[in-house]
Design a protein around this ligand. Structure first.
Ligand code: FES
Length: 362
């Protein structure tokens, strides 16, 4: 039915009748979730998970397509007249609707909006689900999931998938939180543990000690507590950079790196070396503004410092919201250290530092 509406709105007759605006513009105004060409969703419900984390149940329009458990979705919301895009994991599905779980953090504009001011019926825009943090086709190996803080969100999706499939193999969840009240989905995971003898939750508190929990940061002792043989298990890790680095090092030193799947929540901060150690001039062609980027400053930061307002989202090179056309010049990707070519191409300006004078279509 909605595809028919789409076709009708795009018909020449509809475009003539609604001139000077597109027919879709009127529908977007009258029915914000359905109108337009984007994947939109209304907030159907919000469930408080902890003092600082909330799950939002999203009711998307007909343009939404199914996701694979473990994937994330680009999520755009207008706050005080400005659009912000972030990527959030789809932590589950409730009555056919995708759910994202968002933990508030200081200075997090979208995460604080979700936890403090969201209203039922608010409209958000979604991108297509993406990400490779998904279960392998071969599920014969034991699974070890390691999560820190809100890194539990994709882990929950994967564990729920295994439980729904009736998976009988060994599943261990090593979950790091400052203290147990901050553990998202704790009740849900304990319930799974109580009903599925093959699933074991190992809660680790990183601040102080709690009865019945392990304590401290990732260590060999915690791995031993799970009883997992990392040369046999498929391991997944998601969480803050410190946890991921510790796990990566451990698996790498053990020669088992290929058995590890990881998902970062924070950008890796790489030491960036700018040729000559000097800032480079950036010409923002559409705005007729030229500004010199201080050494090691991204093009996005430089644009904002010059008073421009490019679209931004994750600011970590994940969501591609900030993508701009580079017309000339060479940039370095701060995540990988890779140099671009010196011709025209699309770049994510939030993770690009100029190494020669550059011209950006902005
Ligand atoms: S803001 Fe997300 S990739 Fe740049």
């Amino acid at each position: 039915m909605l595809n028919l509406i789409d076709r009708a709105l795009k018909s020449p007759l509809a475009q003539v009748l609604t001139w000077p605006h597109r027919a879709e513009t009127y529908l977007e105004f009258l029915a914000p979730r359905v109108g337009g060409t984007a994947i939109k969703a209304s907030i159907k419900a919000a469930h408080q998970e902890t003092d600082r984390a909330v799950s939002l149940v999203l009711e998307p329009n007909h343009r939404w397509s199914a996701h694979v458990p473990g994937q994330y979705v680009p999520f755009t919301v207008a706050i005080n007249g400005r659009r912000y895009t972030r990527c959030f994991t789809i932590s589950g599905v409730e009555a056919g609707c995708p759910v994202v779980t968002i933990q508030a953090h200081d200075g997090g504009i979208v995460s604080r909006w979700a936890n403090e001011t969201v209203w039922s019926g608010d409209i958000v825009e979604l991108g297509a689900p993406a990400g490779d943090f998904v279960l392998p086709a071969d599920r014969s190996a034991p699974f070890l999931f390691i999560a820190g803080g809100s890194g539990i969100t994709p882990v929950r999706a994967l564990v729920d998938q295994l439980v729904a499939e009736g998976h009988a193999g060994k599943v261990d969840i090593l979950y790091y939180v400052p203290s147990s009240p901050e553990a998202i989905f704790l009740g849900h995971l304990k319930q799974i543990e109580a009903t599925c003898p093959n699933v074991k939750l190992h809660l680790v508190v990183t601040r102080g000690k709690e009865t019945g929990s392990l304590s401290g940061h990732f260590s060999e002792a915690h791995l031993k507590a799970t009883g997992c043989d990392i040369s046999a298990a498929r391991a997944f890790v998601c969480g803050p950079t410190g946890l991921i680095s510790a796990v990566e090092n451990h698996w790498s030193n053990a020669g088992q790196y290929e058995r590890l799947t990881l998902e970062r929540f924070q950008a890796v901060t790489l030491p960036v070396v700018v040729d000559g150690g000097e800032g480079q001039p950036i010409r923002f062609a559409d705005s007729a503004v030229t500004s010199t980027a201080p050494a090691n400053r991204t093009i996005l930061d430089t644009a904002e410092a010059a008073g421009l307002t490019p679209n931004t989202g994750c600011r970590q090179g994940i969501c591609r919201t900030c993508t701009c056309r580079k017309l000339a010049g060479q940039v370095r990707d701060i995540r990988t250290g890779e140099l671009s070519g010196d011709g025209e191409e699309d770049i994510a300006i939030c993770v690009s530092v100029p190494v020669t004078p550059v011209t950006i279509e902005l």
